[in-house]
Design a protein around this ligand. Structure first.
Ligand SMILES: [Zn+2]
Length: 498
């Protein structure tokens, strides 16, 4: 018998501490038969479609929506997805739906729903046609799984690798699992356990503890219990402020749920025994600046993951700049996204000075403007061509645009000095042409403040004498204790002592 499987997807990792909303315009939307556009590519959706062909499903394509990680999602995005999904179900209701396969991230937060995936699964189950249909699919291991998701689904499988080299493979695994369940008529349930632990993204690599240990144990559980069809280790996404954010485990089982629950509790105990990995690594800003002062030659990098532009941060924090000036460090280079400051200095001629509030206008965590006397050095339209065609930025083309851009120099009362690249459009530090296009050789700086975590390495590591990573406040803070959580269930480590 040909199985009639509804396929849909909704993917967003929502950083609730970043200012600005993620709207419908930000999403790539594939509706109906357009889902087949992904067929044959490297995506999770392609994995689902590959199995659909392999197992000869009659695919009922509903809608697939995905967007880059960013701020809270507007509710109309959720309703847009839901309308298309519900319409597909209505259309197919007469002939019936044998199963539902979903490609989701699992850390989506909208204006009204902290647990978007759980809310949508709840709605799906309320549709009479879907009340008993097995629901499975694939999730990112950075997903924040919830009780609601467990109750209203049967067989989700998470990636097992970070970096996510196995997304498509796990999508295929999850689709075959769903197909097998439907063929056998066995009913799988999902058991969920959540230890009170959140991890910063830097602690979620699967080649390192604690994830390596948890992954190995999860595979062991699958081997010992044939009734447990999949054990998932979710590292979670700490920057989505919702009750169940953080580490959790699920088991897809056709056996006794209590057996699976006992095993998941041991995973929770292992996670809590290694909870210290949730604490930040890296230096305080003062420590880093003291080390910088021991150098005689630059450039020395002060890497600030908290304001990681490529991770959704605003690129306008002034904490490092303030520290550099207070520590009397000479000849620092700092790029700051601040269209307002650019407008303020625009009327100046080179050599003229003005008192200007710099940066910190994004209004997010750690955002604080710094009032400084600046001297205009140059201005430009901010357009530049990458000097390294293999730069991390090359995926977006070779031509880049920082918007109207001004270079200013600042000398503090304490004696520190810095050159500021003020740009109107935030630009991740991934290519040296960002500076050179403005007539500045980054090699000439003594210190450079890098607002990134990893992506700057190709461009900046070859010119750097040393790199120091700092733990400072900001939307992508390595130290999750500094983030202003409101919805997260407490107590949770490392926010609370446990
Ligand atoms: Zn991920």
């Amino acid at each position: 018998m040909t199985k009639r499987i509804l396929i849909a997807g909704l993917s967003h990792e929502t950083h609730t501490f970043v200012p600005g909303k993620t709207t419908l315009d930000h999403f790539r939307i594939l509706r109906g038969d357009a889902l087949w556009e992904a067929d044959g590519d490297a995506s999770c959706l392609a994995g689902g479609l590959a199995v659909a062909k392999e197992r000869r499903w009659r695919v009922l394509p509903a809608i697939h929506m995905s967007a880059q990680p960013a701020g809270i999602v507007t509710d109309d995005v959720i309703e847009h997805w839901w309308a298309a999904f519900a319409e597909t179900v209505m259309r197919e209701a007469r002939a019936g739906i044998d199963g539902i396969w979903l490609d989701m991230h699992g850390a989506m937060v909208s204006e009204s729903y902290p647990d978007v995936e759980g809310e949508l699964l709840r709605r799906i189950r309320e549709l009479p046609t879907c009340a008993d249909a097995p629901i499975g699919g694939v999730l990112d291991l950075h997903g924040n799984f919830t009780a609601q998701m467990a109750v209203h689904s049967n067989a989700f499988v998470a990636y097992r690798q970070n970096p996510h080299t196995d997304g498509k493979a796990m999508a295929e695994f999850s689709a075959r699992l769903l197909d097998d369940l439907i063929a056998s008529g066995r009913r799988a349930v999902t058991v969920w356990e959540r230890p009170p632990l959140i991890l910063p993204p830097t602690a979620t690599g699967t080649a390192f503890e604690p994830m390596a240990l948890l992954e190995a144990r999860a595979r062991g559980i699958e081997t010992v219990h044939p009734d447990i069809l999949a054990v998932n280790v979710f590292a979670g996404f700490a920057y989505a402020d919702m009750p169940d954010a953080g580490v959790s485990f699920t088991a897809v089982t056709v056996g006794h749920p209590e057996v699976a629950r006992r095993e998941l509790r041991t995973l929770g105990e292992i996670a809590m025994a290694h909870k210290h990995y949730a604490l930040p690594t890296g230096l305080s800003l003062d420590e880093a600046l003291e080390r910088v002062q021991q150098h005689t030659e630059g450039p020395v990098l002060i890497v600030e993951p908290a304001d990681n532009i490529g991770g959704g941060a605003p690129g306008d924090l002034t904490i490092v700049l303030k520290g550099l000036l207070q520590h009397r460090i000479q000849n620092a280079g700092v790029a700051i996204a601040d269209p307002e400051a650019v407008r303020e200095v625009w009327p100046l001629q080179p050599g003229e000075r003005k008192r200007v509030r710099i940066g910190g206008k994004s209004g997010g965590v750690g955002a604080q403007p710094l009032e400084l006397d600046v001297e205009l050095i140059s201005k430009s339209d901010g357009k530049f061509t990458l000097e390294d065609p293999h730069s991390h930025m090359a995926v977006g083309g070779l031509r880049h645009d920082m918007g109207p851009t001004a270079v200013v120099r600042v000398t503090s009362a304490q004696g520190g000095s810095a050159t500021l690249l003020l740009n109107s459009i935030k630009t991740a530090p991934m290519d040296l042409a960002q500076w050179r296009s403005q007539g500045i050789n980054p090699e000439d700086f003594f210190v450079i403040n890098i607002k990134a975590a990893v992506a700057h390495r190709q461009a900046y590591d070859p010119i750097a004498k040393a790199s120091y990573f700092v733990n400072t406040p900001g939307p992508c803070a390595n130290d999750v204790r500094v983030l202003p959580f409101r919805r997260l269930k407490r107590p949770v480590y490392p926010l609370d002592e446990l």
